[in-house]
Design a protein around this ligand. Structure first.
Ligand code: A3P
Length: 315
């Protein structure tokens, strides 16, 4: 099995000051994100990336089910080859556009030198406005976005901030909620992120597929079929069953190629606080938000989404 294990020391030395900074891109887009000047340069390189028609991109706001969707998409495109998926780290099968540092698999350099004859699988949390310029201007390749209701997305993100030593301590949930409300998190506002990708998916039907975590949870096989159709892949019922089974939460949480246990081993993730594959449920927010926090969340959602056609399931 190919595994690249970065140590906590490597990771911390690559981000000597684990604090959030705001980077202003040349196109005027502000993003609070780790990495300061180096990150800004990197994001400018992402903007210049050359796209290929057979590229496949998985884009999400962090903690919306990225790893899950990546696994489903990769298997759809690779004839449900779970044998290969079980021996190859997901971070080796995908490149991560905005990744800085040596941990967690392939990054921009590997994406730019990816063999032409092989489909290039990419993941990103970047807002649409920071995707490669070529892709912003034109529907060159297929992109799949998954969105998750903001309450579960926020709670999942809170636990991730607590267990991931590279991220600043989020403090009590109440403080983190404020940051979520204000969009003061690494990839900006959940509302802006989701809204822009939704708009683009409506404009670019056929090249941008908008999925919902809650639908994947409710009927994963039906979602796999729709995704296969979008990706123009013919799968048998048996292959769909195989993918659904491989990607069930109970199986993914014990699968070392996707559960990030190598980052627990290297000391970057503290599993005593929370696992990467934490609960995988819809409606877990109810176990964490107080009545008043929930009321405030509802008011914010109402305000921010009053003109949206997009609706989310919260339970
Ligand atoms: P929870 O923290 O609510 O459990 P990402 O991959 O974007 O970081 O998202 C992580 C979230 O997706 C976590 O949510 C994780 O448990 C959940 N997840 C990962 N694989 C899943 C699966 N197969 N089914 C359902 N949820 C899954």
């Amino acid at each position: 099995m190919r595994m690249k294990i970065g140590s906590i020391n490597d990771a911390m030395s690559e981000f000597p000051e684990p604090v959030l900074r705001v980077d202003t891109m040349s196109n005027g887009f502000d993003l609070p994100i780790l990495g300061g000047e180096r990150r800004k340069q990197h994001l400018n390189e992402v903007l210049k990336m050359k796209m290929r028609p057979d590229d496949v991109i998985v884009a999400t706001y962090p903690k919306a089910g990225t790893t899950w969707l990546q696994e489903i998409v990769w298997l759809i495109c690779n004839d449900a080859d779970t044998t290969l998926a079980k021996i190859t780290m997901q971070g080796e099968r995908y490149g991560w556009m905005e990744k800085l540092g040596s941990i967690a698999g392939k990054g921009l350099e590997e994406l730019n030198t990816w063999p032409r004859e092989r489909t290039r699988f990419m993941k990103t949390h970047l807002p649409f406005q920071l995707l490669p310029n070529e892709l912003q201007n034109e529907a060159i390749c297929k992109l799949i976005y998954v969105a998750r209701n903001p309450k579960d997305n926020c709670v999942s993100s809170y636990y991730f901030h607590r267990m991931n030593k590279i991220l600043p301590d989020p403090g009590p949930l109440n403080e983190f909620l404020e940051r979520f409300y204000q969009g003061n998190l690494a990839f900006g506002s959940w509302f802006d992120h989701v809204d822009k990708y939704w708009q683009m998916s409506q404009e670019r039907q056929g090249t941008i597929y908008f999925a919902f975590y809650e639908n994947m949870k409710r009927n994963c096989k039906a979602e796999i079929k729709k995704l296969a159709n979008f990706l123009e892949k013919d799968l048998s019922e048996t292959q769909i069953d195989v993918i659904a089974n491989h990607c069930a939460f109970e199986n993914m949480k014990d699968n070392k190629t996707v559960n990030y246990s190598h980052l627990v081993e290297s000391g970057l993730f503290d599993e005593k606080i929370s696992k990467y594959m934490r609960k995988g449920q819809v409606g877990d927010w109810k176990n964490h938000l107080t009545i008043s926090q929930n009321e405030r969340f509802d008011i914010l959602i109402q305000k921010k989404t009053k003109d949206w056609t997009l609706k989310f399931d919260f339970e």
